[in-house]
Design a protein around this ligand. Structure first.
Ligand SMILES: [Zn+2]
Length: 320
């Protein structure tokens, strides 16, 4: 067997960024990878190349008319995909297709038992809706992956856990009535931060009532508050016995992010990853897919994402 922890690195992933100087700039991947190499984590893992998604795969989640719109604006290279958050640049469709394809490739490898844990730094574009872009997200790789696992691999219990400062609204509302998805999201209270959703009373609809857990955190919430809330997430996911766990580990919930107000340290991300490794071992044959998500302070994202990767590597070392 290959090394059990894989990371996807390459220029094709870096292309998903909105230009130098933008919070979601193309330098985020390098900031993470430099730190991972400094810590010697690169020798403990298997590095893989990004993969492009075919249109049919993107259409598992997104509406055809919306895909047409992204392709058209991507060709023109100007304007906005939404009301002003997500600018179109030349090639944004192809760049986003690499994010989606890489997430799908990771799902396949995890399902095949080719590896047990995956980290993709540029992925977890959780705001995009089936028919619209939002919050720097053109295509929702998490949504495509959930549809793919449910319909191609016939999984009936999939978990999505999100600790990005922003509510994972693109995933939540797309699967709000779908009991296949167990959803747990710790985010800054929507009264203080974009996108404004994720109230604790939003717990799923119809057949899916009770399958979703939204925990709004007060601005300035620290590690202590995170750890308390995390216990609820852990119990919720454990009870759902998922066959596959997706983890959006956005680093914009760390103190010092330029666009949010939470105050965790990277220990929160390391702790969450360790806990999810144990849950994945208990229920999901180890299958854990972590996606970088947001994070706009380069130092923070480097430390938070390497903390996630280190937890994955250590969990394997301990299993040996
Ligand atoms: Zn975010």
């Amino acid at each position: 067997m290959n090394k059990p922890v894989c990371v996807y690195i390459g220029d094709d992933l870096k292309r998903y960024g909105f230009g130098d100087g933008h919070p979601f700039g193309p330098d985020r991947l390098d900031a993470f990878w430099r730190e991972a190499c400094n810590q010697g984590l690169d020798t403990a893992i298997c590095v893989r190349d990004p993969v492009a998604a075919a249109r049919e795969d993107i259409a598992r989640f997104h509406d055809d008319a919306y895909i047409d719109k992204v392709v058209e604006l991507s060709t023109r290279g100007e304007g906005y995909l939404d009301d002003g958050d997500t600018p179109a640049f030349k090639g944004i469709y192809e760049a986003a297709a690499f994010v989606v394809g890489t997430t799908l490739d990771a799902c396949c490898r995890l399902m095949d038992g080719d590896c047990r844990r995956v980290f993709i730094p540029i992925a977890g574009l959780h705001h995009a809706q089936r028919g619209a872009a939002a919050g720097f997200c053109a295509l929702n790789d998490c949504g495509v992956a959930i549809e793919f696992l449910a319909h191609e691999h016939h999984l009936t219990r999939i978990a999505y856990v999100d600790i990005d400062a922003h509510h994972g609204d693109g995933v939540f509302y797309a699967f709000e009535s779908d009991p296949v998805l167990t959803f747990a999201d710790l985010h800054e209270d929507g009264r203080f931060l974009y996108p404004g959703s994720g109230d604790a009373r939003e717990t799923g609809r119809g057949d899916a009532a009770g399958t979703k857990l939204n925990i709004p955190m007060p601005p300035d919430a620290d590690d202590r508050q995170f750890m308390l809330a995390w216990q609820r997430v852990e119990e919720f996911i454990d009870a759902a016995r998922p066959e596959f766990i997706l983890f959006q580990c956005g680093a914009d919930s760390i103190a010092g992010d330029p666009i949010t107000h939470l105050r965790y340290s990277s220990a929160a991300h390391g702790h969450a990853a360790r806990s999810l490794c144990a849950l994945a071992d208990r229920h999901a044959h180890g299958r854990l897919l972590a996606m970088g998500g947001g994070g706009y302070n380069r130092r923070n994202l480097a430390l938070a994402w390497t903390a996630v990767l280190e937890s994955m590597v250590k969990a394997e070392d301990e299993a040996d």
